[in-house]
Write a new protein. Structure first.
Length: 128
């Protein structure tokens, strides 16, 4: 978006943030995905893709480097709210190996996505 107005950039950033929230909720419910008795790490794979793409999309569409933090913060708010127990004691993201690998993969890929979009990053995904 080279000639986008400020309103267009805010709208694009808001849409990316809403998309990150929706995808994060879906990922959280896939953390404990099983086929028969075999756990499949679908959420762990999805979080690597989306937490790398979220900061990139935010930077690319808004033109601001700090906007990448909004995508990461949106993911973190969803994840932290779903790791705490509800009124019945249910937890969406448990404290087992599946939940912990989801959290670690999400944070590492979010940091990697912010690094790639930063001015001091590798320059692969920087806006030109």
């Amino acid at each position: 978006m080279t000639n986008a107005s400020a309103a267009d950039r805010v709208l694009a950033g808001g849409l990316v943030a809403i998309g990150v929230v929706i995808v994060s909720v879906v990922e959280c419910f896939l953390v404990m995905f099983y086929v028969g008795s075999v756990p499949l790490p679908i959420a762990q794979l999805l979080v690597v893709i989306t937490n790398t793409a979220g900061p990139w999309a935010m930077r690319r569409l808004t033109g601001r480097g700090w906007a990448a933090l909004i995508a990461v913060a949106a993911w973190l708010v969803v994840v932290l709210s779903l790791t705490s127990s509800g009124p019945g004691g249910d937890v969406v993201i448990p404290g087992n190996w599946q939940g912990l690998t989801y959290l670690v993969a999400g944070m590492v890929s979010a940091l990697f996505g912010m690094f790639l979009t930063s001015a001091g990053g590798l320059g692969i995904l920087r806006r030109r």
